[in-house]
Design a protein around this ligand. Structure first.
Ligand code: UDP
Ligand code: MG
Length: 351
């Protein structure tokens, strides 16, 4: 952490950041969350600007530096100096992908907003097709992955199992093989900004919002540079956030297990009585039977308590209602502050 703090030029460490005057609202905003992507950012800018300039629409690009420990913030600053349409928000630390994207949504001014990873796994060349569908009247146009390069066998299998599970246990309909690469209309963005939940699962939230949604197929590329920030632990937490935000099925599991165990007990009681009357109860005697029953029930109870704990912990986080993120500095973004929640106080203290 100290490493990148020292890299920051003195003028950007000052509290009053000179703000660039904000011009007309652009038609399209491209948001990319950035976490240690220094080597890929210039190429990202080159490809996005080539595509957008080719389309002849007014656009802006928002790069959200999510507590990178490399030179990403400096690269964003120099991209902004080179082209004012590149704007940047630097969060005060690493808040995670979902929150970084949310910060981008808060700063975006476009009528259509596109979310795109900064590692060029989502090719900017798909944007024209997305814009075409948007012009056809769709409010959400998501990328559907037809192929995935550069991802491990384990990641593909676990991702596919995760989405099947989510579809089964939640009422929202998340399309298969989609990521966060998507275009959203302004009204979808505004709806999302009214959802202040802490443990965010954006794909689910976008499905929950509704409106007219369409998919555009694309080939998911390998990373342009750098390495993935998603470890197994982070993916598991992400999966838990997704499930707990959209389903109570795990909570109901305790009820079903309770009924199942009660049914089993009634059957066993009848069995024991019959054995006692007509046969021998030798197999049921001894400590082992009792121990197994106690341990079995004990573990089921602990698992159920753990599930309740998962929900309870998230409730505590919601009740605390801390700001979703804090901004360290911005480039060309005058009013970077979290959306609906406590926006006044935070916005005031930052801008
Ligand atoms: N990212 C981020 N904060 C994080 C982790 C990742 O902003 O804590 C960004 C990262 O820079 C990239 C995008 O989110 O632009 C996707 O991350 P990554 O490529 O590591 O994930 P994967 O594509 O392997 O799922
Ligand atoms: Mg990636």
């Amino acid at each position: 952490m100290i490493a990148w703090k020292e890299d920051v030029p003195t003028e950007r460490r000052l509290k009053t950041v000179p703000l660039v005057t904000v011009g007309e609202k652009p038609e399209v905003t491209v948001i990319s969350p950035v976490h240690n992507e220094e080597s890929g950012l210039p190429e990202l800018y080159r490809r996005v600007s080539a595509v957008m300039d080719g389309l002849g629409v007014s656009w802006e690009m928002i790069l959200v530096d999510d507590g990178s420990r490399d030179q990403s913030a400096n690269v964003i600053a120099s991209l902004h100096a080179h082209d004012e349409r590149v704007r940047g928000v630097r969060l005060s630390r690493n808040f995670g992908f979902q929150v970084a994207v949310t910060a981008g949504l808060d700063a975006a001014r476009g009528t259509a907003v596109i979310l795109m990873d900064a590692d060029l796994q989502d090719p900017p060349e798909v944007i024209p097709q997305m814009l075409e569908q948007w012009r056809n009247g769709y409010d959400v146009v998501y990328g559907v992955r037809t192929a995935r390069d550069g991802e491990t066998w384990f990641k593909r299998v676990s991702a596919s199992a995760f989405y099947k599970l989510i579809r089964r246990i939640t009422s929202i309909d998340i399309p298969l093989n989609t990521g966060d690469f998507r275009l959203m209309d302004r009204r979808v963005v505004d709806s999302l900004r009214q959802m202040p939940e802490r443990h965010r699962f954006l794909r689910g939230m976008v499905s929950w919002v509704g409106f007219r949604q369409a998919g555009v197929p694309y080939h998911r590329q390998a990373r342009f540079a750098g390495a993935t920030s998603f470890t197994l632990g982070k993916m598991l937490r992400f999966a838990l956030d997704a499930i707990t935000s959209f389903s109570y099925a795990p909570l109901q599991l305790a009820t079903w297990l309770g009924f199942a165990m009660a049914g089993l007990s009634v059957l066993s009681i009848a069995g024991v009585v019959l054995l006692r009357l007509f046969g021998t109860d030798a197999p049921l005697s001894g400590q082992a039977t009792t121990l197994i029953a106690v341990l079995f029930l004990g573990s089921i109870q602990l698992i159920c308590l753990g599930i309740i704990g998962e929900y309870l912990g998230r409730m505590v986080d919601e009740v605390k209602s801390r700001p979703l993120y804090l901004v360290q500095e911005t480039w060309g973004v005058p009013n970077a502050h979290p959306g609906k929640q406590s926006s006044a106080s935070i916005g005031d203290s930052i801008s």
